[in-house]
Design a protein around this ligand. Structure first.
Ligand code: GSH
Length: 215
């Protein structure tokens, strides 16, 4: 399978994590920002990452891809069959992709994408407002519902909910300047437990190396 995109995007990181959890072989393909390959353009009508090409089957959008992969490669199952667990899983995926991502995107775009990859200054006031005003209530919300050690957001095993939520937190951490993680200890302990999985650890290690200041 080809996955088009960079894991610096939480949506791409999510799809990569799903493939690693399912032990699906893949190649990650990403041209320079704005320099799209014909394969990517064919697979992603809106030119957004991620998109996949699975033996000629092309699909864009991380949630659409997650549903396709879980139906096509059902082991391990990441979207539960039980109606209530399934509903909750989709809810957390949506929460991560919208509410968390809007906040994380302002921090990540203005502090990393704009200066590092677009050669221009980001809007630090917007990033700071996102980190200091938008993020804390979201962390407080999560603090009240995350599981204890070794637990998962939905049911008794890893689901798309954990993958989607943890994926956005990588971007929070790449871009954070003032977040005091000790104020939401349950949330960050839970996030660490998901990010320690090999399905995330390799992506995060590569990204940290990519973003490390030049010597
Ligand atoms: N709903 C989509 C969102 C994809 C998306 O917005 N990707 C961003 C990167 S985080 C992108 O490709 N942006 C480039 C652009 O908009 O040109 C998904 O879940 O895959």
């Amino acid at each position: 399978m080809i996955i088009y995109g960079s894991t610096l995007s939480p949506f791409v990181r999510k799809v990569v994590a799903i493939c690693v959890e399912k032990e699906l072989p893949f190649n990650l393909e990403f041209g320079a920002l704005g320099n799209h390959s014909p394969g990517f353009i064919a697979a992603s009508p809106l030119k957004k990452m991620p998109a996949i090409d699975d033996n000629g089957f092309m699909l864009a959008d991380s949630s659409a891809i997650a549903h396709y992969l879980d139906a096509q490669y059902p082991v391990p199952q990441l979207i539960p069959s039980d109606p209530q667990l399934r509903g909750k899983t989709i809810w957390f995926d949506e929460f991560a992709d919208t509410v968390l991502m809007v906040c994380g995107g302002k921090m990540f775009f203005n502090r990393i994408v704009a200066p590092r990859f677009m050669g221009r200054e980001g809007d630090e006031a917007a990033a700071d407002a996102a980190e200091c005003e938008e993020l804390p209530p979201l962390l407080t919300y999560l603090e009240g519902l995350v599981p204890g050690p070794g637990g998962y957001l939905v049911g008794k095993s890893l689901t798309l909910a954990d993958i989607s939520v943890a994926s956005v937190f990588v971007n929070f951490r790449h871009a954070a300047r003032s977040t005091d993680e000790s104020r939401h200890p349950r949330t960050f302990a839970y996030i660490d437990s998901i990010l320690e999985r090999p399905s995330f650890a390799e992506s995060v290690r590569r990204e940290q190396a990519m973003l490390a200041p030049a010597e």
